[in-house]
Design a protein around this ligand. Sequence first.
Ligand SMILES: *Cc1c(COP(=O)(O)O)cnc(C)c1O
Length: 384
Amino acid sequence: MAREFENLDTKAIHAGELEENIEGAITLPIFQSSTFLYSGQSRYEDLKYIRLNNTPNHIVLHGKLAALEGGEAALVTASGMAAITGTLLTLLSAGDHLLAQDCLYGGTHDLLTTDFDSWGIEYDFIDSSNPSSWEEKLKPRTKVILVEGISNPLMKIGDLLSVVEFAREHGLVSLIDNTFATPVNFNPLKHGFDLVLHSCTKYLNGHSDIVAGAVVGTRSHIRRINRKLLHLGGSLDPHACFLLHRGLKTLGVRVRQHNRNALAVARFLHDQPAVSVINYPGLGGLTHNARNLELFRGFGGMLSFELAGGAEAAREFVSRLKLIQEAPSLGGVETLITRPATTSHSGLSEEDRLELGIGDGLLRLTVGIEGVQDLIDDISQALC
Ligand SMILES: *Cc1c(COP(=O)(O)O)cnc(C)c1O
């Protein structure tokens, strides 16, 4: 029987670990073996094989991720997108209908708008902060509702509690992409969501050196999603499992520092006359629904802002930065900046992008865990 822990930092280090230290090793070794000795299994998915996501490296990660999110079971995947596609294709078949938050991660948005049609799966976008507008979008075959805890790149927190209530009332499976908040800041399963999705590429691994994903929820959901993933083939390599396992152990200390640094940078930007808009839920403000804001213990390292000088000023600002590097992706220890119009959201039409509030000059910062004064100094010298 696996030991259970209350504290998140203890879970990150000890939950899911094997009871015996292999050859006395404190750290779980990498089982770089595609196949394992047959030991009488009668079902295909019980054979030990990397694609079946059941090597010791996978099993330990599943236990740790389930403990961190407070779920019965977890599944690691080859990328965040593999977790998202594997989950959606398990829950939706041709003729079914999905409700999805309108401002989604670019890859997920692209998946719906370019692939769903050819698979015969229907979808509609909803404004996640306006529950009274959802019911009219329901169809007889609506099966799933998908939202993000903190949206990219405007850092909006929708009416998440209403999503859970709405899903229960209408018999939908509720999915939430919790990549930005992480279980350090928000535990969706505790508040009634059915399944939590992660791009572990980001905060959960935290070191910008692998691509990985995860889904956490009930045992029966996870078993079904795993069966689908065996066919789709998006399993995580044991070496990447090892790196994710290592990254997870410091999740708590890293994310709390991300929270502190981002709040300090957001406050600094808020006070600069050259900054016209700043999006960070930790600053409060009217765009967030108070009862949902209270679900979060912190707001993570992601923020976005616009300069009064528009796109041209944004380009010049980025070119003057010395410590902060221009690159997409997020959630690593280093601070990065990107212009969503040219990176994460370049797949959207200009019209859709502007309608969602993602202007050409919007800058998105993933605040790392460096000394915060060094970050503020860099931003400050680049602003003038
Ligand atoms: C990056 C990201 C994804 C996709 O994850 P990959 O690991 O790149 O496949 C999904 N959702 C969110 C919110 C992300 O930031």
